[in-house]
Design a protein around this ligand. Structure first.
Ligand SMILES: C[S@@+](CC[C@H](N)C(=O)[O-])C[C@H]1O[C@@H](n2cnc3c(N)ncnc32)[C@H](O)[C@@H]1O
Length: 338
């Protein structure tokens, strides 16, 4: 167990240069399970240091955790996927007491920290979405490129799979999901097609769904016509946007003054939620035309560390296509006793 008294030993963090971290972090990448994005940037901006307790809320293959541990921090890794936890725990076993894992949705970070006896934390990272390993494992059903069960649950213990949604939701509900979470222009037509097809045979596999979508939206260009539909269903199955909003609030409550909160998003739906959450809490005063003077913002709790979101360098974007859509936003918890 990580004793809460460790906070007493926390040292003032030193921000190291990007260049210094680049060489250090290269050895912490793990191309086979998942190639960590914006690794050097995360390490530089989360200021890991001995005595600081950081939560890697989306542990995955443990690449970010490895780099944070190497900089001397204590890391608590959360993931809702037991396979990721097992992989990362084995990979980072040498870290001993400095690394703890908890199987948990990050929206429940409060309960996860309570089980470890940890109160406040000095930093947190959310690196959203699925790992390459999850995507590439056919049995998990995340990809239209691989035939497998139509599953898409990050937490294999969750009750509802993508097949459940596709086979039981009304056409209107499916259309709403495809439109809201996939921004799919042909949402209505695709939903109607799925409702018709499932009367003949319920959807069971990724290929069945991808083929059905392709009958409505013919292939054009490089991206598969089912890309948006798969994204939408994944978001719905894992309640990703609701969970993100809940997680942001839960982490904000546990950050110690001076603690940093870093979030990497991969599409505009996620990024909008993070941007608005941070924005609403980084302005000290609110002003409205009908008020005689600006009023203090009761939600004010963060200092912005990144103005515009940090994006991957060209070299990273070339080497890792997933990094092309990554946006990193970071804030720091302020102390109200300033
Ligand atoms: C993009 S990967 C993280 C990769 C990791 N940063 C690395 O360097 O290897 C996302 C991971 O977060 C997990 N995950 C996504 N949403 C989650 C949530 N709400 N709660 C817990 N884990 C989540 C997924 O199961 C997946 O393993």
């Amino acid at each position: 167990m990580i004793a809460p008294s460790l906070f007493a030993q926390a040292r003032k963090p030193q921000v190291k240069s990007r260049k210094k971290f680049r060489s250090m972090t290269d050895s912490h990448r793990n191309y086979e399970y998942h190639e960590s994005v914006l690794l050097a940037e995360v390490v530089a901006l989360l200021v890991p240091a001995p005595g600081r307790i950081l939560v890697d809320a989306t542990l995955g293959g443990g690449g970010h955790s490895a780099a944070l541990l190497a900089a001397g921090a204590k890391v608590i890794g959360l993931d809702q996927d037991p396979e990721a936890l097992a992989f990362a725990a084995a990979r980072l076993a040498d870290a001993g007491e400095n690394f703890r894992t908890v199987r948990s949705n990050f929206a429940s970070v409060g309960a996860a920290l309570d089980t470890l006896g940890v109160g406040q934390i000095d930093g947190a990272l959310l690196d959203l979405g699925v790992s390459s390993h999850q995507l590439d494992t056919p049995e998990r059903g995340f990809s239209f490129m691989r035939e497998g069960p139509l599953d898409m649950r990050m937490d294999p213990g969750a009750l509802v799979s993508a097949a459940d949604l596709v086979n039981t939701m009304s056409g209107d509900q499916l259309e709403r999901i495809f439109r809201s979470f996939g921004e799919e222009p042909a949402a209505r037509k695709i939903a109607a097609r799925l409702v018709r097809d499932r009367m003949v045979q319920p959807f069971a596999t990724t290929k069945q769904l991808a083929d059905a979508v392709e009958t409505v939206v013919p292939r054009r260009g490089r991206s598969h016509p089912a890309t948006r539909i798969f994204q939408a269903l994944r978001i719905a199955v894992n309640r990703e946007l609701d969970v993100l909003a809940e997680g942001l609030t839960a982490f904000a409550q546990r950050l110690a003054p001076g603690g940093r909160f870093a979030v990497i998003t991969f599409h505009s739906l996620e990024d909008r939620i993070v941007k608005q959450f941070f924005k609403a809490r980084t302005v000290e005063f609110l002003d409205r035309p009908e008020w005689p003077e600006p009023r203090p913002n009761s939600d004010f709790m963060f200092k912005a560390i990144t103005g515009k979101p940090v994006v991957a360098r060209d070299s990273e974007q070339r080497a890792n296509p997933r990094a092309r859509s990554a946006k990193l936003r970071v804030v720091e918890r302020i102390s109200h006793e300033r």
